[in-house]
Design a protein around this ligand. Structure first.
Ligand code: MG
Length: 250
């Protein structure tokens, strides 16, 4: 069941979203060769808790850290570790959720560590723009398939693939609510978008195959062919006066 939000709930979600967005970009500013993903996770947890919020991911389904930090061929759900030290040329996907006064915000961004290759740069730019193509289509009256189709079309036209096994989702008092929001689809198919919906749109775009596999830690999900993957995400509110991004940083 899709749970619609009131204007008051949207403003609480905007607060949670701002905390998540700020935490994400504080960690992003610290991305540099030599830092560990555990140190980035500590920055995120410290900031979120300093705002009186809680990291949404900590303990969720048993996840052991505050953020998912996924380097290079890791698509999502990378576990922060003091043994994972960033190197010049890495791309680093950071996914952050914050719970504030009962509501979540969920956002992700893939950062460049030092000087990255032109190919990696193009993947990041394409995935970021694919997110905005999705957001443009996330408006009242459209359907979920319009979002996925826009993301997929944009990424595939640039010869990338979109991950199928993980998808966007409704957001609210729970981090993961209905509906599912795939990054692929058919225009004018799927759940109708109506004012009051809050959804996380989160394209995961791969350089090579769209296929992924999960490692024996049961979290870390990597590309099947070992090529790069990028991930960008915003939580958005669909209203009768337009669609608003809830997870923008200050
Ligand atoms: Mg999400």
């Amino acid at each position: 069941m899709v749970i619609l939000k009131t204007t008051r709930e949207f403003s609480a979600m905007r607060h949670a979203g701002r905390i998540a967005g700020n935490a994400l970009h504080k960690a992003g500013a610290a991305v540099e060769p030599g830092i560990s993903t555990k140190e980035l996770d500590d920055i995120i947890r410290g900031y979120i808790e300093s705002q009186g919020a809680k990291p949404s991911f900590l303990g969720l389904y048993g996840f052991p850290a505050s953020a998912c930090i996924s380097v290079n061929n890791v698509v999502i759900h990378g576990i922060p570790s003091s043994n994972t030290i960033l190197k010049n040329g890495d791309i680093v996907s950071i996914d952050v959720g914050a719970l504030f006064e009962g509501y979540h915000g969920d956002t992700a961004y893939t950062f460049a560590c030092g000087d990255i290759s032109p190919g990696a740069r193009r993947l990041l730019e394409t995935t970021k723009q694919a997110l905005f193509e999705g957001i443009k289509n996330a408006r009242a009256g459209n359907r979920v398939g319009d979002i996925g189709a826009a993301v997929q079309k944009y990424a595939e036209a640039r010869s990338y693939s979109v991950v199928r096994d993980f998808v966007g989702h409704g957001v609210g008092a729970k981090l993961h609510e209905e509906p599912s929001v795939p990054n692929y689809g058919t225009p004018n198919k799927g759940v109708r978008l109506v004012p009051g919906m809050a959804i996380a749109i989160e394209p995961m775009v791969n350089e090579g195959t769209h296929r992924v596999r999960t490692l024996s830690d049961e979290w870390t999900t990597v590309t099947l062919d070992g090529k790069l993957s990028a991930h960008f995400e915003h939580t958005v509110a669909i209203t009768s006066s337009g669609t608003h991004i809830l997870t923008l940083p200050d």
